[in-house]
Write a protein that binds this ligand. Sequence first.
Ligand code: SF4
Length: 334
Amino acid sequence: MTTTLLPSTTLPILNPQTHDTASYDDTDVIADIKRLKKERGATILAHYYQEGEIQELADVTGDSLKLARAATQVDSPIIVFCGVHFMAETAKMLNPSKKVLLPDLQAGCSLSDSCPADKLWRYQEMLRENGRKFQTVTYINSSAAVKALSDWIVTSGNAEQIVRKVPEEYEILFVPDQHLGNYLSEVTGRKMIPWPGSCMVHEIFSVQDLVDMKRKHPAGKTIAHPECPKNILEHSDFIGGTEAMIRYVGGFAEPTDFIVATEANMLWQLASKHPRHRYLPVPGVSCACNKCPHMARNTLEKLRDCLRDLEPEITWQPEFDKAKEVLERSLLRD
Ligand code: SF4
């Protein structure tokens, strides 16, 4: 089967005048969500990769680091986490006494799945048997069982700072994202043993389309997430996590075109915060824009149902105790 790519000129350009919010048919569901949220005393946290209509309903939107920290400040007894499973697990670990709900329990993550805990444990044992002295630095996109095997947890927002903290006498086993590991190795000069994992969304941006877009928008700036492979990063004017992207575009006083290489829902957040600019999504090799299918499992209807039924819930698991220690040391203390 052949796939036809849309020419990049036909890609959606997001600005606040044109971008979609909820359709008319969603208004009843949205009204139910607002009512149930109030009745339940729930706080909704939403990742920047959720659909704009869900981000609009959230009390806090953010990247993994901001949301993990926000979860510790929540007063209400219920947190509804609109994101993927490892994020809701993280919120639970940092708030054991709260009820943490995830609208769709199947909302996973290809990056997290690429590093199963039993495989990591065997690899660490092999390194130890070979006399290697190392610390394991783990990207937050990982299961609680993998976090429990780690020395440090990082997000794209604090990874560089934590990597620089690891004493020089240790090698760094960086899991699970090889691209972020390689990028961090370049900016810090630290040698990494990268785990061969990757994000299915950031992995498949089309370099050719990016080059074409840069040619068509010569004054535009390209911003890319460090989960992208090197062939995308080397065409970028700015590399950073989602919070850093928001700060970067905010620094441009004049209306500017930004070519964006990260999950496409981030464009909604950028347009909300800095509407004077235009945002152009870099397409994937097999689709016009890159949306995460795992994040997309959370819908308005599932959000409503989970507020109504108070499930699916993230329950405490034995590995959470150790993972919680590593998380708190890494994310909550400077
Ligand atoms: S965008 Fe990538 S890293 Fe983020 S949840 Fe989806 S698969 Fe995982």
